[in-house]
Structure formats: structure tokens, C-alpha cells
Design a protein around this ligand. Structure first.
Ligand SMILES: NC(=O)c1ccc[n+]([C@@H]2O[C@H](COP(=O)([O-])OP(=O)(O)OC[C@H]3O[C@@H](n4cnc5c(N)ncnc54)[C@H](OP(=O)(O)O)[C@@H]3O)[C@@H](O)[C@H]2O)c1
Length: 255
């Protein structure tokens, strides 16, 4: 059989925000492609459910309960994963939040700081810990930062989220240059997918209808349709792809 370029057999993947939503779907998709997976998040019970789904594919799982704003915990995370599964060669920075929907004039500084601490600083500190380990052992790796369509265009009433995702895209491009050729660094930019994060906008009829008029495919994504893009970027199928922003947005950014 020809080499399957999408296969991840022998890989060890860390997926932050792996307790539900896109991170859970990504953990399972990476496991289906052959990777052992460490899902990371704050919710222990939901992480255990993700781990069980990973193990059901035949892969090994090692769930780690961690808040990505805990800098010391991030350093320990990669040592713990190395002990349990082997050194990580795939990192998916997926943990994220979007608690503010409103006019910028009503945004308080504390909320701004909180969003950036999770969406950007947490992603950077995970990337730094991962990069140090991969490069110190003269290894190779793939880093996928889960940005957003809001990382390449504005979205109304979401200024801190959109700013944090644009920054994540900037971080992606620079790390791709700095760490080439050893670590490929790409961003996956989802449009609106059916997860807890978007429940509020999807359940508000007028916002939902306004949004759908902007999405040429006229529907929201299933989490699995986003996760396949992460598998692609993590795998040899994307061997010559680095510094890219891969959109999976039903055409929203093209509109
Ligand atoms: N859904 C979409 O339409 C969409 C579109 C574009 C981009 N995205 C991005 O995709 C990523 C996943 O979103 P989602 O839709 O799956 O959201 P979700 O259902 O709300 O899940 C968010 C995940 O992030 C984790 N998380 C949040 N804060 C954390 C923290 N401080 N430390 C560790 N983990 C934390 C949560 O786990 P715990 O609560 O257990 O910690 C959970 O696993 C985010 O970066 C989001 O911005 C999503």
C-alpha cells in the first residue's frame, strides 16, 4: 500500500482545550489517524470522556488537567506527557474563549486581559515549551494554532477575541519562520462550528440568520469538519506547508 500521508502513527499529540467542542473532536481525529493523544483542559470529567474516546480508537491517551494561564503548569505538562506517552511532536493550541459580545466602549480591561491570557499567552507558552523540547532533542514537530475566521477579518462586537486571534496568526507566521525547517507552524481558522462557544449566537434567531447570510455554504460546521484540517496540518500531507492560515469557514472569509 502507498504511504498514507495523513497517517500519524508513532506521533504524540498534545491538544489544549481537549475537554469538549473542537478540541475533543480534534483529539479523536488525531487518534483515528494513529497518534497517541494528551487532551488538556480544566474539566477533569470531560477530559476523561475525551480520553475514553481516544482509547476507543486503539490509541493511548493521557489526559492532563491544566489551566493554560498556569505558566509553571505548562512546563510540567510536557514533561508529564513525555513520561506517559513519549515526547510530543504535535501540539494543537486549541484552548480559547470568547466571553465578550458588545460594543468596545463597554469592554473592561480585566476581560481584555483574561481573553488574551488564554487565547494568546497560553498558546505562546505552550508553543515555547513545545518548541524548546523538540529543538533540544533535534527532533521534528508540527504546531497547529486554532485561530478563527476572526483572525483574518473583523467580526462585529468581538473586539478582544478578534484582536487575540489576529495576534495568534502573527505569532504563527513568525514561529514558522523562526523554527523552520524543524517545526512546521500553521494556523487553522474555523468559521462558525456547532460547539458551546457559538451556542449563544446560533440560538439567537436574528443573529443566526444574519450570520448565515455571510456563510456561502449556508450552515454551521460540525466539529469533525474542523478537526480534519488539524490532522492535515499535523501530518506529512502538509510537509511543505508552514506559516499558512488554513481556513475552514464555509467560504465566510471569501465573501
Ligand atoms: N466553535 C467555533 O465556531 C470556533 C470558531 C473559530 C475559532 N474557534 C476556536 O476554536 C477553539 C475551540 O473552541 P470551541 O468552539 O471548541 O470552544 P468550547 O466548546 O467553548 O471549548 C473551549 C475549550 O477550551 C478549553 N479552555 C478554555 N479556557 C481554558 C483554560 N484557561 N485552560 C485550559 N483550557 C481552557 C475548555 O476546557 P475547560 O473549560 O475544561 O478548561 C474547552 O475544552 C477556540 O480557540 C476557539 O476560539 C472556534
Amino acid at each position: 500500500m502507498a504511504h498514507d500521508a495523513f497517517a500519524l502513527d508513532g506521533s504524540v499529540a498534545v491538544v489544549t482545550g481537549g475537554s469538549r467542542g473542537l478540541g475533543e473532536a480534534t483529539a479523536v481525529a488525531l487518534a483515528e489517524a494513529g497518534a497517541d493523544v494528551a487532551p488538556v483542559a480544566r474539566s477533569e470529567d470531560e477530559l476523561a470522556e475525551t480520553a475514553a474516546r481516544v482509547e476507543a480508537t486503539g490509541a493511548a491517551a493521557h489526559p492532563v488537567t491544566l489551566d493554560v494561564t498556569d505558566s509553571a503548569g505548562i512546563v510540567a505538562l510536557f514533561d508529564e506527557v513525555a513520561d506517559a506517552l513519549g515526547p510530543a511532536d504535535v501540539l494543537v493550541n486549541n484552548a480559547g474563549m470568547n466571553p465578550f459580545f458588545g460594543d468596545a466602549r463597554d469592554l473592561d480591561t480585566e476581560t481584555w486581559e483574561q481573553i488574551f491570557a488564554v487565547n494568546l499567552r497560553g498558546a505562546f507558552e505552550c508553543a515555547r515549551a513545545f518548541g524548546r523540547r523538540v529543538l533540544d532533542r533535534d527532533g521534528e514537530g508540527a504546531l497547529v494554532n486554532v485561530a478563527s475566521v476572526g483572525g483574518v477579518r473583523g467580526l462585529p462586537k468581538q473586539v478582544p477575541y478578534v484582536a487575540s486571534k489576529h495576534a495568534l496568526v502573527g505569532m504563527t507566521k513568525t514561529l514558522a519562520v523562526d523554527w523552520a525547517p524543524d517545526i512546521r507552524v500553521n494556523a487553522l481558522a474555523p468559521g462558525y462550528a456547532k460547539t458551546d462557544l457559538t451556542e449563544g449566537v446560533r440560538e439567537n434567531e436574528s443573529i443566526r440568520e444574519d450570520l448565515l447570510t455571510e456563510i456561502p455554504q449556508d450552515r454551521f460546521a460540525d466539529p469533525e469538519e474542523i478537526a480534519t484540517g488539524v490532522v492535515y496540518l499535523a501530518s506529512d500531507a502538509a510537509a511543505y506547508v508552514t506559516g499558512e492560515v488554513h481556513l475552514a469557514d464555509g467560504g465566510m472569509a471569501a465573501n
